[in-house]
Design a binder for this molecule. Structure first.
Ligand code: NDP
Length: 324
């Protein structure tokens, strides 16, 4: 028997239904993965509400999981039955006890990395990897701003940016979250209630920032632009507060010849060699203990609706896993 969380219509957390679903045989190029842990990510909320559309309804949402390969289809060479694996680049379908996925989306997990850590780290960690090392490759000595610094992606980015020699400014909504971000290396933590550009001006002695990594979207877009130095890079990579509306291109000129990008993990890992390079880099920093994957919440997969409620209510910190 295979159970999964399915969405029949877009809406609130109550639309996440635990149902029995069939489990097909893997076709050529596919693998059957028996999940030991499933990752919870903000993108799951977008697929539940319909901000991002599933290919068809009913849909099993979820981008990330870790487990064991239980069967493979014809021609699969990337993994074999019995391998410990994890994945994070979709397509959706992870909120299930077992699922079929293209084998070339799977990454082998070393024994040193538990299934829980694998499921917690792949999506958020590879995102931190491409943002800090490819979208805007940070240099030692730079000061960078990371929004939602006590969140899943945020807490990994804070640690990794410190490891790369940056001074890290984080933003969070509560003093408790500020303590968490500081405990993981953030040099300065600002509350979302503070005036961001004027606090950045104080901290940087007027120089402002070469880069802002903004996952919050609507609420922080303009203050983030105003925190950049001339020719700075605005990396708008998420919509936790809602999507950023249309913007005038000339705004980037007026605010100092700024760069703006809206990157996704999907583009940065579309080629298997990029996926493996990103995962290898992540596994390396996690195995060395340079980046700790902080799993602060665990829920049974069938209770995914409670996990969504807590994530959207900003109650979670670090990473969250769902146990099938
Ligand atoms: P988080 O654990 O960071 O949770 C979201 C956090 O956003 C909250 O804890 C909260 O932190 C902050 N936030 C600010 N405003 C709101 C709001 N109105 N409602 C809810 N939360 C708010 O989630 P993830 O680590 O899973 O994802 C972080 C972001 O990164 C998401 O926007 C996600 O879509 C994006 N992302 C983008 C990727 C890409 O490739 N483009 C890949 C992975 C993630 P606080 O209370 O401290 O403000």
């Amino acid at each position: 028997m295979n159970h999964a969380i399915r969405v029949h219509e877009y809406g609130g957390p109550e639309k996440l239904l635990w149902e029995e679903v069939p489990l097909p045989e893997p076709k050529p190029g596919e693998a059957l993965v028996k999940h030991e842990a499933v990752g919870l990510n903000y993108i799951d909320v977008y697929f539940r509400t319909g901000l991002y559309k599933a290919p068809a309804l009913p849909a099993t949402i979820g981008m990330e999981g870790a487990g064991t390969v239980a069967a493979v289809g014809e021609g699969v060479t990337d993994v074999a039955v019995g391998d410990r694996v994890a994945y994070a680049t979709g397509p959706i379908g992870a909120y299930a006890q077992s699922r079929i996925i293209k084998a070339d989306r799977l990454v082998k997990l070393p024994d040193a990395i538990s299934f829980e850590t694998g499921a917690a780290m792949m999506l958020q960690g590879m995102t931190a990897q491409y943002l800090l090392r490819r979208t805007f490759p940070v240099q030692k000595g730079q000061t960078v701003l990371i929004h939602a610094a006590a969140g899943g992606v945020g807490l990994i980015m804070v640690q990794w940016a410190k490891h790369l020699g940056c001074t890290v400014i984080g933003t969070v909504s509560t003093p408790e979250k500020a303590e968490i971000a500081k405990a993981h290396g953030a040099d300065h933590v600002l509350l979302t209630s503070e005036n961001l550009p004027s606090r950045v001006k104080e901290i940087t002695g007027g120089a402002m920032l070469p880069v802002v990594y903004d996952s919050v979207g609507k609420d922080t877009f303009l203050p983030s632009l105003d925190s950049l130095a001339p020719m700075g890079m605005m990396v708008s990579y998420g919509n936790a507060s809602g999507p950023v509306g249309p913007i005038e291109v000339n705004l980037l000129a007026a605010k100092g010849s700024l760069f703006l990008t809206r990157p996704t993990l999907a583009s940065y890992t579309a080629k298997r060699e990029d996926l493996l390079a990103s995962a290898t880099d992540l596994i390396d920093v996690v195995a060395k203990g340079v980046v700790k994957i902080v799993v602060n919440q665990r829920y049974a997969l069938k209770d995914a609706s409670q996990a969504h409620l807590d994530l959207e209510a900003r109650k979670t910190t670090g990473s969250t896993v769902l146990i099938p």
